[in-house]
Design a protein around this ligand. Sequence first.
Ligand SMILES: NC(=O)c1ccc[n+]([C@@H]2O[C@H](COP(=O)([O-])OP(=O)(O)OC[C@H]3O[C@@H](n4cnc5c(N)ncnc54)[C@H](O)[C@@H]3O)[C@@H](O)[C@H]2O)c1
Length: 321
Amino acid sequence: MRTLVTGGAGFIGSTLVDRLLAHGDDVTVVDDLSTGSLDNLAAARAVNLDRAGAFRFVRADLTEPGLDGIVAAARPQVVHHLAAQMDVRRSVRDPLFDARTNLLGTVAVLEASARAGVRALTFASSGGTIYGSPAKQPVSERAGLDPLSPYAAAKAAVEPYLKAYAGLYGLRSTVLALGNVYGPRQSPHGEAGVVAIFARRLLAGERTTIFGDGSSVRDYVHVDDVVDAFVLAGGDGDRPPAGAGRRLNVGSGVGTTVREVHRVVAAAAGAPDEPDFAPVRAGELHAITLDVRAARQLGWVPRTGFEAGIAGTVDWVRGRI
Ligand SMILES: NC(=O)c1ccc[n+]([C@@H]2O[C@H](COP(=O)([O-])OP(=O)(O)OC[C@H]3O[C@@H](n4cnc5c(N)ncnc54)[C@H](O)[C@@H]3O)[C@@H](O)[C@H]2O)c1
């Protein structure tokens, strides 16, 4: 199958690219390297030694002209759209930049995909932010959207566009509303950045800070499980994917406090579990846990236990300090 991954030089995107190449797909990555890195694509580039032309990297900004030509040349059957600015606090500081990348950039991807006759598209949304701070937890896909930041607003605003493009051009999309994704290659700036930050600081013997009293709850999900969900939602390039037209939560279904994250990371790092505490930062949601039954019903199963996933992540960080 031919697939195109926007944001494929990033944390989640590059992990997806490695998986798609391992499945035998031909993969084109479009990424402007604003936060992503070619280091993340070293294994992908090496695949070309065995399978010439299987992997192609195009450095491009989605919001600049030229995307149509790139997508047309790649002729993908499936597009996985992960490129985004993913820093919630930056979206508050600079909402125009956030909307340009996350909303207009997405419309550009939809338009280019429709023109190139793409059959299926997945969209990386944010289950950790689009539902706001719901009273009922875990939060299911039926809950109303309640974005509390420009980042969440742009992710939510994409959904009606996806419906419009399905109606106009038959482009079948699945929204994956991701929990806080952690794992190797994770950036400290993302929604689950706390895992990367704690791991780096604890391994370096530095002090760590928890903002608030440590009771704030998130749904942490390992990148390998998230990649499983993208592969499932992309389908096989022929039949409509099972989740097409829907939003699916992709998390562990379990809420974990930031205090507990610190304990597990410290244990994996062999460091003392003695964080400092600082006042909670404005705009941070207190608790979110995702109801992931809908994705499970489609055959997706999160496989990575939290402690094992954290241990693997800490090992990865250890190798890079
Ligand atoms: N990491 C998480 O916990 C998490 C949670 C929910 C949703 N998401 C979503 O998943 C997706 C991937 O996130 P990630 O954590 O891998 O982040 P990341 O920053 O590692 O990856 C994003 C990639 O997009 C690229 N990019 C940004 N702007 C671009 C543009 N204008 N044109 C082309 N490329 C551009 C970056 O260079 C980067 O490689 C994002 O859409 C993010 O909003 C992430």
